[in-house]
Design a protein around this ligand. Sequence first.
Ligand code: GDP
Ligand code: MG
Length: 438
Amino acid sequence: LGSSLRGTLDQLQGKSRLDEEDVDAVVKEIQRSLIGADVDISLVQDLSDSIRQRALDEEPPAGTTARDHVLKIVYEEMVALVGDSTELPLESQTILLAGLQGSGKTTSAAKMAWWFSTKGLRPAVIQTDTFRPGAYEQSKQMCERAEVDFYGDPDEEDPVEIVRKGFEETQEADIRIVDTSGRSGLNEELIEELKEIEGFATPDRNLLVLDAAIGQGAKDQARAFGDAVGIDGVVITKLDGTAKGGGALAAVNETDSTIAFLGTGETVQDIERFEPNGFISRLLGMGDLKQLAERVERAMQGTGEDDDWDPEDMMQGNFTLHDMRKQMQAMNNMGPLEQVMDMIPGFGGGLMDQLPDDAMDVTKSRMLDFEVIMDSMTEEELENPRVVGAERTERIARGSGKSEERISELLEQHRMMERMIKQFQGMGDGDMQRMMKR
Ligand code: GDP
Ligand code: MG
């Protein structure tokens, strides 16, 4: 799996130049990962050729190891393969969803509506599936859960009529998401119906919804839907399963489009805006070294004040409140810790699942309180928070003007992060240290 790609890359450590054999070894591992992730074979071939050629032709820039150089090339070529995320301006628009039955359209419609609502827009879902019994109820319920407007009519048989009325009824909405019916396979009826709906709704964007498990069928589907209505973006669903979604890249390629969203579960919040880095790391089965390195670097630059703070010390010795403070500031610049953790090689959901849901939820206001509290603590307490008992808590509360409960939260947060750091330290192969140092 990805570990063998890592292994192959690690064997290049210390080399200043790569020969053909080295490059072939890397390319072979990448091919293995991508084919395992259902990426179309001709896309894999093109990618391999580009990587091979660049890795052999291009000189590593001064101060760059051959390994980092080839990693950079792999990363850049992978970005070129998966593409950027579909542009989605946060403004009034109509989005049409197309796809076969069961691909996840109705679920994605509600999820996308929820997503837009978190951006301060007012979305509405218009349900035009008159083909599948239960489509109306399913859609209505999901929209209720997403707390977004919904229009449908279980007694109307003409999807175009539903769109017409739906537009009238949802005039207050900024975003209209038109969900359509599917069929179990591509057929004329489906395509004709879709064309009619599209012709009437004149959407700003047509998105093709594909199940992550789609394999070779992606290309034909993409061509059929693309020819019928034009496809501007792809939504890949069910990425919470074992499928990595690589098959969908053939659809992206075929329609000359990009990926807009990823579906990662059955609830309305299980949606992510597509972002190449994360997707690439999933495809390669390898933590997102590049992004982590960049983010960590950026974050560390932003924290300034004590320059002798070295993340590596944290990885080796005790995890103090000083470390936690730095860590919180860094996180503020990096995004949620959960996201950062996800990028670390070999560090999947496992540990995160063992933690309480809100464990990593250090909100801004809590963080500010924590900082004030730490200002009222002694050096001894910062270095070894375990000495803080009831009496000291009382004193710190008085000094900081914060509640004792807040102080307990701070200590609890520290213990939790300490536990995670211990796990990092247990990783043993120096990944974290290396990444933090870059
Ligand atoms: P449609 O026929 O294209 O409208 O597909 P649906 O939205 O009805 O989804 C078909 C099935 O896939 C339903 O059981 C959904 O709950 C499920 N589903 C959709 N998206 C996801 C996802 O991202 N993850 C998981 N695990 N299930 C999903
Ligand atoms: Mg549906």
